[in-house]
Ligand binder design. Sequence first.
Ligand code: NAD
Length: 297
Amino acid sequence: MNFENIGGMKMEVKKIAVLGAGIMGHGIAQVCAQAGYQVNLRDTKDEFVETGISKIRKFLGGSVERQRMTQAEADAILGRIKGMTDLKEAVKDVDIVIEAIVEDINIKKGVYKELDQICRPDTIFASNTSAQSITEMAMATKRPDKFIGMHWFNPPQLMRGIEVITHDKTSKETLDIMVGLCKKLGKEPGICKDSPGFIVNRLIQIWYNEGLNMFDEGIAEPQDIDTALKVAYNFRMGPFELRDMVGLDVALASTGTQYRELMREQFRPPRCLIMKVKAGDLGRKTGRGFYEYKSER
Ligand SMILES: NC(=O)c1ccc[n+]([C@@H]2O[C@H](COP(=O)([O-])OP(=O)(O)OC[C@H]3O[C@@H](n4cnc5c(N)ncnc54)[C@H](O)[C@@H]3O)[C@@H](O)[C@H]2O)c1
């Protein structure tokens, strides 16, 4: 495909709302503010918003310590981010809404229906879903042409790529604006069509699941499997460490969706993943998953 003509911005994006201040949302808000955008960061409770903002502050503090930016630059970035819980206030007058809330299609569709009523008619909706259907969410709104997938990678501040996912009704203008935005954010956009897990999660899911299946089959412990990959191939993390970083609830929701929709055995959620989620051990964000963590949240 030739994307030469893509990326010229028609709408001038100035203000962005990020919904969800969790693992992904706070990082997405930081990247947008670093690129100079005004950002409203919204979650359902004050404490969630505050946790997200304190993680941004900590990240920026580390960058100042390592002399990657000045304190004044860090302060200016933080100054562009407004935390809030009121949805109407968060999306008032924004050009783009980037949604990074729980990986549940019904909750997401409910939020999009509400957004459709309260946002400006030209506001673009971009979902950071890992594997839910962009088409289905778009069709919950009256603006499917302004609906697109914007799949970031964890942690958003450090990972270079963003998958930009179109569906049959995404307009060329929406795609252009989103590709242009990714570039302005310093990211490399990769375009693909809506399908469960898009490109990256579809490929990586099989790798994750085989690692977890080996543990279920009693072949090796999580640490042995992670270490084997790290020492053999210089991987920075193994499947269990990565799953804990992503969040096991998000991991289960995405492999579950791929299993149901692609109907292939390799996407079947591993038993150990199901049991961890049932027990509320969701990885780093709860302090325990396949490993234990001290004061992550
Ligand atoms: N964790 C990852 O590595 C990763 C990577 C790429 C994409 N994603 C996707 O990003 C989205 C968020 O994942 P996460 O890992 O940041 O989850 P998370 O659990 O860390 O954060 C989700 C946040 O959304 C909030 N929330 C719930 N309902 C809300 C609502 N109605 N409005 C606003 N906020 C609401 C929650 O309070 C929570 O703070 C999911 O769709 C997930 O699939 C996650």
